[in-house]
Structures are given as structure tokens and as C-alpha cells.
Design a protein around this ligand. Sequence first.
Ligand SMILES: NC(=O)c1ccc[n+]([C@@H]2O[C@H](COP(=O)([O-])OP(=O)(O)OC[C@H]3O[C@@H](n4cnc5c(N)ncnc54)[C@H](OP(=O)(O)O)[C@@H]3O)[C@@H](O)[C@H]2O)c1
Length: 244
Amino acid sequence: MPTDAKVALVTGGAKRVGRAIVERLASSGYDIAFTYLSSQEDAHDLQRSLEVLGRSCLAIRVDLTDPEHATAAIEEEFHQAYKRLDVLVNSASLYLGARLAKTDLELMHKLHAIHVATPVLLCKKFESPLRASNGKVINMVDLLAERPWPEMLSYCASKAALANLTLGLAKELAPQVTVNGIAPGVVEWPDDYPEAERQKYLKRVPLQRAGTPRDVANLVHYLATEGSYITGQIIRLDGGRSIT
Ligand SMILES: NC(=O)c1ccc[n+]([C@@H]2O[C@H](COP(=O)([O-])OP(=O)(O)OC[C@H]3O[C@@H](n4cnc5c(N)ncnc54)[C@H](OP(=O)(O)O)[C@@H]3O)[C@@H](O)[C@H]2O)c1
């Protein structure tokens, strides 16, 4: 059952970093809507666990590589459940690698759809409730947006577009809404990431550890609750990787 609580909408919230964001916001009193695509079991498990905590939780299954239909479905389901929106977190992502030779338009369109078009359309559809609540938009960018890898050419470019979009939206939605990006280094390894590569990366991180989903969730929580004079910033969350 919905309550009078503040409401957060998180894309890609069923597992990994998105789930940590959902759990952090829910534990501090937000009702939640989150999207998922393939992680149905995780989504239902998360929904049940938040409801046990007394929070309202709506899980919406959408494919964000089709942003027009997906965001229309999110808008419709969201408004059936909630009357306000306080925090929008764009976290859903496709971590797809391809060098130039393997890069094609289909891949570029998919990455643009999920990392750029979806956040734009969600801001457009939810502009009014976000302004009404002095809302916060938080976009999950990536350190690779400013340090591109040729192996992840289109992924990096789409995240760079998201970083730029964050700045544009911050101007557009001011003064009622703040819009910021979080650019993590590693905060949760891809499942199949080789141990030797992990150690190589960590040697270049001054804080000598990978970050955690909880590190991200705490920053999201800060931006959502305390960071009301911060807008148009891309905050690196990388243990110092970007200064080495
Ligand atoms: N992990 C890191 O160390 C790291 C580093 C830098 C930046 N980031 C950024 O931080 C955010 C969260 O990271 P993460 O590692 O947790 O991300 P992730 O696991 O790569 O993806 C998050 C979720 O996106 C959803 N998703 C994928 N394709 C989708 C589609 N077509 N339609 C709808 N949803 C889709 C998936 O939902 P389902 O599972 O339900 O299919 C997935 O669980 C991402 O934006 C990522 O780029 C993460």
C-alpha cells in the first residue's frame, strides 16, 4: 500500500548497484518504484523484502532499449501507484564491449537508448512531479566517460553523452530540481572479470580496494537528502583512480 512517504524511481534496481540504491533509499523511508528486465526472481524477492519493512514497492518490467514504449509503461504504472516523485535514479545499463571493428549501428542505438534516451524521456515525463517536490535526478555515469577504453568504444561514448546530458538537464530543471551524475570506477566487478585484471586495476587505486554498491548507495542517499546545493556535477567515486 502506498503511504505519504517520499518516492524514488530507480531503473535497473533488481540487483547489484541498483538494488543497493533501492535498499538504501527504502531503509531511510522512501517508497520505491524500480524497473528490471531479466532479473524477475531478484525483483520479486526485493519487492517482498521491502514490503516486509513496511515500504511500498512497485516493480516494473520494461526493456529500456525501446525507450519510447518502456518509459510510457513506466509512467502509466507509476502514476497508478504513486502521486509524487522525489528522486529519479537512472542506473540501468548495458556493459557491452566492442572495438571499432565490431561496432555497428545496432549496438550504438541500444547503448544510446538505455544510457541517454531513457533518462531524457523519464525527465520529460516526470518533470512536473519532480519540480513539485524539489526533486533530485541522479544519473549513473562511469569514470570511463572521461577515460575511454577502445574495447568499450560505444559504451564510453554513450556514458559521456549521459554526463553531458546531466549538465544540460541541471540547467534546464533548475531551480526546483537538482541533477547530478555519479561516475564510479569499479564498485562491483562484472561476474566474469579475471582475477589478474582485478589486481592490475587495484594497483592503480590509491585507496587499494574496489568500491562497493553500498558506497554508491550512500552517495545517492546524500544527494537525495542533504545535497540540495549541488547540481550539474559529475562526482567521481573511484578510490582516487582518476588521480593516478
Ligand atoms: N559496477 C561498476 O563497477 C560500475 C562502474 C562504473 C559505472 N557503473 C554504472 O553504475 C550503474 C549500475 O552498475 P551495475 O554494475 O549494477 O549495472 P549492470 O549490472 O550492468 O546493469 C544494471 C541493470 O540494468 C538492467 N538492464 C540491462 N539491460 C536492460 C534493458 N534492455 N532494459 C531494462 N533494463 C536493463 C539490468 O536489469 P535486469 O538484471 O533486470 O535485466 C541490470 O540488472 C550502471 O549505470 C553502470 O554503468 C557501474
